[in-house]
Design a protein around this ligand. Structure first.
Ligand SMILES: Nc1nc2c(c(=O)[nH]1)N[C@H]1C(S)=C(S)[C@@H](COP(=O)(O)O)O[C@H]1N2
Ligand SMILES: [Mo]
Length: 318
């Protein structure tokens, strides 16, 4: 069963959207078979229609800009992707990721924790405690989406694994399998794709391990069977198809830091005031919308996460 908990940071689903658009979008959602339980691919019995109606009325972080947050069309969420193991064009992952076998799947847990070992997805994720989390996702390339993820707080997984007092960071790796991932041989980055978080970021209630979106199991191109989602950071922190979780004493060197240390830093918090060395981060384009909108500090989640970085030079973003 999908458990829907109200949170103050939730995007009000019908912000500024006219009634007509709102209704027709609900019709689209119905037509796509999302409302109602029991579709073949569903991982639980979600009632997304119900969930949308119950979204809380948090204030619009775009105040004064008058642009609403609307959920991105599911076709774009599944068709416009970054997953370089399957190619560099935005439609490559959707075209090629069907070759990824996600069942069975095992995840190696190692490093500074009490319960290292090999785990199945169901050993790590409590499928009775899945929540829907509607988050903005801001890619470092200056496009963004709003995605209704389904997953659990990463903190629940971490607690099960019992990090020791030496564990200051968590590190994730994506699968590397040449037979299943056609672009690995192109050596775009040094595989596996690696990402990490400071332990307090990983334990933050907004950080989730996602297993689904729009009420259905993740499509392979979105990182099945499980991928990280950290909504206040650039999208590249959201490592896909995770096969290894390590607890570390020291800050890890992530894939993007290795590839371009002057362009990508460990923290990668969304920050409109710190330009990427090659482009501005002050604004973004929401996929499915032609307008540019201002990028929000911490992607609009500052109230929840700014205290994690008190006293830190936020220029460490890059
Ligand atoms: N393994 C792996 N994970 C990855 C990537 C990748 O190329 N490989 N791309 C990242 C980038 S740059 C972004 S913006 C998000 C995109 O997630 P989505 O395709 O599900 O929207 O995935 C991130 N996770
Ligand atoms: Mo990205």
């Amino acid at each position: 069963m999908l458990i829907k908990i109200k949170h103050p940071w939730e995007i009000k689903e019908n912000q500024v959207t006219s009634e007509a658009e709102y209704v027709s979008r609900r019709e689209f959602i119905k037509a796509a078979g999302i409302i109602g339980a029991g579709t073949a691919a569903s991982i639980m019995a979600p009632n997304i229609g119900f969930a949308l109606e119950r979204l809380t009325t948090s204030s619009n972080p775009y105040d004064g800009q008058d642009i609403a947050d609307e959920q991105t069309d599911i076709k774009a969420v599944r068709g416009y992707n970054n997953y370089y193991e399957f190619g560099m064009d935005k439609d490559d992952p959707a075209r090629h990721a069907h070759s990824l076998v996600t069942e069975p799947w095992s995840v190696t847990v190692d490093g500074e924790c009490d319960k290292p070992g090999t785990y199945a997805v169901k050993d790590l994720i409590d499928f009775n405690a899945l929540e829907e989390r509607i988050y903005r996702m801001r890619c470092v390339e200056a496009w963004s989406m709003v995605i209704p993820w389904v997953g659990v707080s990463l903190s629940e997984i971490i607690t099960k694994l019992g990090p020791t007092s030496k564990a200051k960071y968590i590190h994730f790796e994506t699968l590397v399998d040449r037979d299943q991932m056609p672009a690995l041989s192109r050596g775009i980055i040094k595989w596996p794709y690696r990402e990490g978080l400071r332990m307090d970021e990983a334990m933050h209630p907004l950080t989730i391990m996602a297993v689904g979106l729009y009420g259905e199991t993740l499509a392979n191109q979105n990182g099945a069977p499980m991928r990280l989602v950290v909504p206040w950071k650039y999208g590249f922190k959201g490592v896909k198809s995770i096969v290894r979780i390590s607890f570390l004493e020291r800050e890890p060197n992530t894939s993007w830091m290795r590839l371009a240390p002057h362009e990508y830093g460990f923290y990668a918090n969304v920050n409109p005031n710190v330009p990427h060395p090659r482009w501005s981060q002050a604004s973004e384009r929401r996929i499915g919308d032609f307008r540019r909108r201002d990028t929000l500090m911490f992607n609009g989640y500052g109230e929840q996460v700014a205290s994690l970085y008190t006293g830190m030079d936020l220029k460490r973003n890059y």
